[in-house]
Design a protein around this ligand. Structure first.
Ligand SMILES: [Fe+2]
Length: 231
């Protein structure tokens, strides 16, 4: 089942900036619900990560400026896609249930892709078959945006995503499974479901999975047009 942008004329009431003359669809409603669920997640992050609440508020402000839309996006599978539903079975954290409930029916049918900067890099031969992401909001997303990216990162267990960096600020939320995150020269941090991980612009960071697959939600704001590169 693809995420189809059925064009119906159904009024949508949202606190977000949905154009009044936009033709509505059930999937535009789905996107409105997703944005609301992500916004709630970020609000919880501000509460949980009080030391960086100002940085997290900037994600909320950017998300609030997104003009919600919906455009057709064909399903696209990757080798890692086969574990997408299994990755959600470890148990979703309390803050993530809203997002998980929205994505669960679509996990196997999303448009999964890989960073073009990583293709044909022999150093990533073991990584690429075990990694993929699906962009929900952003330049390549179901809802286009040039200032925010929201998507899902999927990594199979036993995978290392080497150090990389990008100009956008980034926050991860571990939906299910367990990831190990490393910033700069700091030690690896074990992050099970319900954990937030904040990356500043250009901050080198790496991700590992060990015993469990990882399904994480990411949000970018700032220069989202520049993809990550290995450092
Ligand atoms: Fe990143």
């Amino acid at each position: 089942m693809a995420i189809l942008c059925l064009r119906l004329f159904i009024p949508v009431v949202s606190r977000h900036n949905v154009p009044m003359d936009a033709r509505r669809s059930f999937d535009a409603i789905w996107m409105v619900q997703l944005v609301a669920a992500v916004r709630r997640l970020l609000a919880m992050a501000m509460w949980q990560e009080i030391d960086v609440s100002d940085e997290i508020e900037a994600f909320v402000n950017a998300l609030d400026r997104v003009v919600i839309d919906c455009r057709p996006q064909p399903p696209h599978a990757l080798p890692v896609t086969k574990i997408a539903r299994r990755a959600l079975r470890y148990g979703v954290g309390a803050y993530g249930t809203g997002v998980a409930d929205l994505i669960r029916p679509h996990l196997s049918h999303l448009h999964w892709q890989q960073n073009g900067n990583y293709q044909n890099d022999p150093a990533l031969a073991a990584f690429l078959p075990n990694y993929g992401y699906s962009e929900l909001i952003g330049p390549d997303g179901i809802s286009p945006s040039d200032s925010v990216r929201v998507g899902l990162l999927l990594m199979a267990k036993g995978t290392t995503y080497p150090f990389h960096a990008h100009p956008a600020a980034e926050i991860y939320y571990v939906l299910s499974g367990q990831g190990y995150f490393k910033k700069d020269a700091r030690p690896w941090r074990s992050s099970p479901a319900n954990q937030f991980i904040l990356h500043a612009p250009y901050q080198p960071h790496a991700i590992e999975t060990r015993q469990e697959h990882l399904l994480a939600l990411y949000v970018w704001h700032g220069d989202v047009g520049t993809a990550a590169q290995l450092t």
